[in-house]
Design a protein around this ligand. Structure first.
Ligand code: PRP
Ligand code: MN
Ligand code: MG
Length: 176
């Protein structure tokens, strides 16, 4: 599809938001031991890298790969688990780290999978939330930005695998 991109959230705004998010997360987990941050590949990689460096204490990171989008612009309900975490979840404080919650299908599936493994606590942190597109309700504990229903890319988020390397969030504008 022919398109252009237009900056929506600058690198500096993201940086400030990460400081705020990390402060809330650090306060929430103060005194709890061994936080496990679980990122969902690939979109969360950039956010995870920046967020985990702001979290204090014993922190471990792990990744899961689930895919529902392929290269299409719309969500499918069919969430596939491509790679599981390597860590034991049982008895751990687990924080799922996601770049974007759209229909909620991805996080709903992942949350349920991890919940069955009996973590000590299970919370979700997302950089972006698009509540207008929600199909399933998912409890989100830490939200960076609530955004309107625009197709966004950058800071880990792709359109047909492109734009993950943009240091800011942009919206995709179709042409013709
Ligand atoms: C995107 C995004 C979220 C998910 C949100 O991932 O990174 O993980 O879709 O959509 P949902 O709330 O409607 O489920 P995608 O499946 O494109 O994989 P990717 O992270 O590898 O780009
Ligand atoms: Mn993703
Ligand atoms: Mg994607």
């Amino acid at each position: 599809m022919k398109h252009t991109t237009e900056m929506m959230i600058s690198a500096q705004e993201i940086d400030q938001k990460l400081d705020e998010l990390a402060a809330r997360i650090n306060a929430h987990y103060e005194g709890s031991d061994k936080l496990l941050m679980v990122g969902l590949l690939k979109g969360s990689v950039v956010f995870m890298a920046d967020l985990c460096r702001r979290i204090k204490g014993h922190v471990e990171i792990d990744f899961m790969s689930v895919s529902s989008y392929g290269s299409a612009m719309t969500s499918s309900r069919d969430v596939k688990i491509l790679k599981d975490v390597q860590s034991d979840i049982d008895g751990r404080h687990v924080l799922i780290v996601e770049d974007l919650i759209d229909s909620g299908n991805t996080l709903n599936k992942v949350r349920e999978m991890l919940r069955l493994r009996e973590p000590k606590s299970l919370a979700i942190c997302t950089l972006l939330d698009k509540p207008d597109r929600r199909e399933v309700d998912v409890p989100v504990d830490f939200v960076g930005f609530t955004i309107p229903d625009e197709f966004v890319v950058g800071y880990g988020i792709d359109y047909a695998e492109q734009y993950r390397n943009l240091p800011y969030i942009a919206k995709v504008i179709p042409q013709e």
